[in-house]
Design a binder for this molecule. Structure first.
Ligand code: SAM
Ligand code: SF4
Length: 338
């Protein structure tokens, strides 16, 4: 924990999350981000290559029971062509994300990782969910750099209520094992899942901090009409912004994205989050014709422009906000002295 954060009592941290001193919270988060990362904002292009999923998480539009979604899978060649475009666009990281889709075997993902790392000077993040640890180990050998596995909540009871398949304990164990394998490891929570409040959010943030992660992603819950949580209220945009600011104070060296869920609830907020402690943006770089089928929640992937035009727009927005869009791979600062 940073020295500055240890000056705050639990009650003070709660009051900051409730918005009782946003100037202090956001000012300190911005100061710490600037000291660690200067003006640079890292861009991680997310390629959402399949929206098939064998799980049934109550909050997610990709859940297997949702019959109203048009499912797709990209081929290996299509995935590699997209990564080539990103490398040509000088995007430093590609994130391969999908539902938990075992149609892609361990060997198939291994081939994709191998080809990407052989062909391009680009960092590679995997966000593939609960795949076998032996597969993750195999992909690491082919050069995959990072993994993103969100725990979604620090409450085992809530986890087991909202997600199917793995238990909270094994999801957590997975995060720890991935770190052991040498992956730069990211995790995070959804802010404002039904029934949670500010106290639970603080517990979540402290829990994530104890995991000593390379990357921490928090974004608001967005109800999806075709899920069992469709009638619930959304998570708070302000609470999400305050949560990532507090995470910055607690984890000065972590990469913290300004999540796209912020923009889905309140357009323009993702860029504003860069001035409140965040240092990464993760635009979808899924081909236009598939982008709106990766329908996790309403408001996701609204842009209909081509990938290069979309990247241009994001870079312009970052620059207009006074930051420098960086072509860097943005490796973890936690590991810089390791
Ligand atoms: N299947 C993989 C997994 O679950 O780890 C990766 C894909 S999953 C769609 C990526 C993330 O979407 C999840 O970690 C979850 O936090 C987020 N997500 C899904 N539904 C959401 C919703 N309704 N509101 C906010 N975030 C959501
Ligand atoms: Fe599948 Fe991930 Fe959505 Fe859960 S959150 S239904 S595992 S895509």
């Amino acid at each position: 924990m940073s020295n500055k954060a240890s000056l705050f009592s639990n009650d003070h941290l709660l009051s900051l999350l409730r918005g009782e001193d946003d100037d202090l919270l956001f000012g300190l988060a911005d100061e710490i981000r600037k000291k660690e990362f200067g003006n640079e904002v890292y861009i991680r292009g997310i390629l959402e290559f399949s929206n098939h999923c064998n799980k049934n998480c109550l909050y997610c539009g990709l859940r297997v029971s949702n019959r109203s979604i048009r499912r797709y899978r990209m081929t290996e060649d299509e995935i590699l062509a997209c990564v080539e475009l990103l490398a040509a666009e000088q995007v430093g990281t590609v994130v391969l994300q999908s539902g938990d889709d075992f149609n892609y075997s361990g060997a198939c993902i291994g081939r994709i990782v191998d080809e990407v790392k052989k062909r391009h000077d680009i960092a590679l993040t995997l966000s593939l969910g609960d795949r076998n640890l032996s597969d993750y180990s195999y992909w690491r050998k082919y050069g995959a750099d990072r993994c993103l596995v969100k725990i979604e909540t620090s409450s085992p009871t809530e986890y087991n209520r909202f997600r199917s398949g793995e238990t909270f304990a094994s999801r957590l164990e997975r995060v720890k094992e991935l770190k052991e394998m040498g992956y730069e490891t990211g995790s995070g929570v959804i802010i404002g899942l039904p029934g949670s409040g500010v106290r639970r959010t603080l517990q979540d943030l402290m829990f994530l901090t104890e995991l000593k992660l390379d990357m921490i992603a928090v974004g608001p819950f967005i109800p999806h009409p075709d899920t069992p949580l469709g009638d619930e209220g959304p998570g708070g945009v302000d609470l999400s912004l305050r949560s990532s600011a507090l995470l910055r104070i607690l984890n000065p060296e972590a990469n913290i994205p300004a999540t796209s869920a912020l923009d889905a609830l309140s357009p323009g907020t993702r860029i504003k989050a860069l001035g409140k402690g965040c240092n990464v943006v993760m635009p979808s770089v899924t081909p236009e014709k598939l982008r709106d089928s990766y329908f996790i929640y309403p408001g996701k992937n609204c842009s209909e422009t081509t990938v290069p035009a979309f990247l241009d727009k994001i870079r312009q927005d970052i620059a207009k906000a006074g930051f420098t869009p960086s072509p860097s791979k943005g490796y973890s600062h936690r590991r810089k002295n390791v």
